[in-house]
Design a protein around this ligand. Structure first.
Ligand code: NAD
Length: 355
């Protein structure tokens, strides 16, 4: 059958998951043969960065708490200078996609190893995709050198992630799995991971939103995020990710929130043309008849933003995003036309349910 015709290439990396595994960071650094690592984090997480540096003792040569969303080139240049100045031979990136993205930007030029300690559900740690933003334009590329050699998933580090961020970050992760299910390079093993990732996250997010300190729910959410991140790392993304890339890059809309708003609409658009993906999502979403509606309702129930308008988009920006999303071809299960895309974005802008 068609489902049995595929190519699957595993990415060479180590994953260590479990409550308290942060204590194994020093061992992971030694295992990777690193002697002088720079700890990277975002400004609000400086205290965590310092604590991590302390934990690994003299293996740390410094803490660089200047990671920014979408990795501005200036921020990457400053971090590379710091690495050169300190003679660092590796980086430990602690945080979300911003800290890990900064590590990747360094690895791209300095060819040094990254160890990632994710604290959100974005999934960057599982991919060899890097991004750099200059003059409001984000360039991305794929390079095996930016893939972390080792990833430590410790759910305790996610306990402080605010409920609102947890929900949108979790929906961001679910989006990776959704698009992996109908990707042009989908494969059975990735589809299994995608289904399990959605199941785990969709079940855990209500508990996480109700009580951010619920450690078992946090562990389930992080397990799901790992699987979804692996799906992102293994496949090429379609309409949903192209839309979010255009909305984030052109209008500077917030990353995870934008994914949350757009996902049900993009899925509603694609699911009629991707029956196997829809069936997997129905199984993952507790037998929901319509996966797009189920995700939309989940986001509503958990208090996530429901419209692009509330994220700051102007209605007259819709045509610009349509143009950008159509400018470069990419694989998508259903043909994308300007008319249909305008309709999709208009509904997402106004916060209407997906159709
Ligand atoms: P982020 O890293 O900026 O984190 C969001 C906010 O949450 C930040 O202010 C951060 O300091 C804070 N935070 C993170 N963990 C926390 C915790 N445990 N407790 C309290 N606060 C915490 O954003 P993100 O959503 O993780 O990642 C988005 C970025 O990553 C975007 O730039 C996106 O393009 C990129 N990304 C890249 C890939 C890839 O494969 N290259 C994949 C996914 C996302």
């Amino acid at each position: 059958s068609q489902a049995r015709t595929f190519t699957y290439q595993a990415l060479p990396m180590r994953v260590v998951m479990g409550t308290g595994v942060l204590d194994q960071l020093a061992d992971e650094i030694d295992r990777a043969g690193l002697k002088r690592v720079l700890v990277l984090c975002s400004p609000p997480q400086q205290a965590l960065g310092e604590a991590v540096a302390q934990l690994i003792g003299d293996r740390a040569v410094g803490v660089h708490p200047h990671a920014r969303m979408h990795v501005p080139v200036e921020s990457a240049a400053a971090a590379r200078d710091r690495v050169a100045e300190l003679g660092a031979d590796g980086c430990v990136a602690v945080g979300g996609g911003s800290a890990i993205g900064l590590g990747k930007a360094i690895a791209l030029e300095h060819d040094l190893k990254i160890i990632a300690v994710p604290t959100t559900y974005a999934g960057s740690e599982m991919t060899s995709v890097w991004g750099l933003t200059e003059h409001g334009r984000k360039r991305t590329g794929k390079d095996p050198r930016v893939l972390p050699v080792s990833v430590l998933y410790d759910p305790e580090l996610t306990l402080s992630l605010p409920a609102a961020v947890s929900v949108t970050s979790g929906m961001n992760a679910i989006a990776h799995a959704v698009e992996a299910l109908y990707a042009p390079d989908a494969s059975p093993i990735i589809s299994l991971m995608a289904e399990e990732g959605v199941r785990s996250l969709a079940a855990a997010l209500p508990a996480v939103a109700a009580d951010g300190k619920d450690l078992p729910a946090r562990a389930d959410a992080q397990y799901g995020a790992w699987l979804c991140g692996a799906c992102l790392g293994a496949t090429r993304m379609s309409l949903h990710h192209k839309l979010c890339h255009a909305l984030g890059g052109t209008l500077d809309l917030p990353h995870a929130e934008t994914h949350t708003v757009v996902l049900p609409h993009a899925l509603a658009y694609n699911q009629p043309a991707a029956p196997d993906a829809a069936a997997a999502l129905r199984r993952a979403l507790d037998g929901a008849a319509d996966p797009a509606t189920a995700l939309w309702e989940l986001a509503r129930r958990l208090g996530a933003p429901g419209s692009l308008r509330e994220l700051g988009m102007e209605q007259n920006d819709i045509s610009r995003i349509v143009e950008q999303t159509l400018a470069h071809p990419y694989a998508n299960p259903r043909q994308v036309t300007a008319d249909r895309l305008t309709r999709l974005l208009s509904r997402a802008w106004a916060g209407e349910p997906p159709t």
